[in-house]
Design a protein around this ligand. Sequence first.
Ligand SMILES: Nc1ncnc2c1ncn2[C@@H]1O[C@H](COP(=O)(O)OP(=O)(O)OP(=O)(O)O)[C@@H](O)[C@H]1O
Ligand SMILES: [Mg+2]
Length: 433
Amino acid sequence: MARHFLQLYLSIVATLAVVSWGQDQLWRTYAETARPADIHPSPAAVLAIVEHQLQSIPQERWPSAVAQLARDTGLDLELMEPAELAGLEQAGLERGEPAFWSDADDRIWALQRLAGSDRMLAFRFVNVGSRRTPFEWALAVAFYAAIALVIMLWLWPLSRDLRTLERSALRFGDRNWSFDAKIPARSPVASLADAFRRMALRIDGLIGSHKDMTNALSHEIKTPLARMRFEIELARSAETRQALLQHLDHLNTDIAELNAFVTATLEYAVLERAEIALNLAQHDFTVVVPAVTESVKRGARNDLIMSCDVAEDAKSVTCDAHLIETVLRNLLYNATRYANQRVHVSFEVAADSYRLCIEDDGPGVPEPDRERVFGSFVQLGARSGAHTGFGLGLAIVKRAAGWHGGGASVDRSPLGGARFVVEWPVGGAGAQS
Ligand SMILES: Nc1ncnc2c1ncn2[C@@H]1O[C@H](COP(=O)(O)OP(=O)(O)OP(=O)(O)O)[C@@H](O)[C@H]1O
Ligand SMILES: [Mg+2]
């Protein structure tokens, strides 16, 4: 704001300086070329000279002499009787001083009582100080036009960018869900456009994740419901108690599946909410990481080799322990599911960030899917055989890292499979927008 004000202010001041300098120069040139006839005489001087001349001739010749003088000089001279001068304060005139009088047509006269007579010598003059010539008017108009031009030049890009922003916002509001305004970086509204873009991205993300959630709901809930209805029909027609119990068992499995889905969805929905408050504290990761790895290992296949490598200086790591443990567990569950034989966990502390790495020797994540895989309800490949979650694990990982001001990514591990990396700044500062 201060920068824009200063810009406008300095441009106006600079223009004023240049224009007034130009006006000065013009005046100078104008004064030098003016003709003597253009310079108006002082009224008092004219009256004094004429009176001097009149005093040297008899009074009865005054009217003709004044008329003659007026003709000869081109000055507007007249002899007036006191009766003609309605509303004039005569006190000064009595003392022989000149006076000004404006007649019924608003013309201004200089008056002088002629010594030894009642009559007034009148001289109509043009007050150069109070009237502007067309040239002066043209200069004044040019002056204000120059200021208007500078302000317009300054404001035009601003209003153009604001219009672009407005059109994009309207398109966005029309359910287009993409904010495509192209605002130059040096525009005064660039930061506003940036804030809009971030907001649009967030809204787009939320809408996308709600769409995914609706799709997943219809799939994940409809399938078990259909199975349950089928099982109920079978249970109704079961002939033995044994068969009935078996159908009830199947029903129970479907209910457990629905329950797991709702729990996972709610857990994710909490993370998506904007007002989540991190419970930041210092934690000893040389203990936490091996303990979590060990507990996952106990539930995993026997043939898996799981190793853990935590940096010595990871004794006081700032984070929300519950969230980071969820991150680690989700990544470990995935790794144990996809690894052929080996899973390796490592944790490092760099100068300004923490880095948690989980890698395996499984099939890895294909390059084109490395962004998409972090979306909610995204599962790669055909879902075959046993039910394997809902595609929320990595979305939770990304969100939790985001709340710590960091991020999550995947690439290829030296072990041959996927390497998931979660990083967040030391201090766990700055939650995502
Ligand atoms: N270590 C890995 N190696 C190869 N592919 C992986 C690995 N981890 C995840 N993926 C792929 O990413 C997809 C999404 O993983 P995510 O953890 O989000 O969901 P999920 O494990 O299928 O279900 P959930 O975690 O909700 O139980 C998986 O379906 C899988 O295709
Ligand atoms: Mg998972």
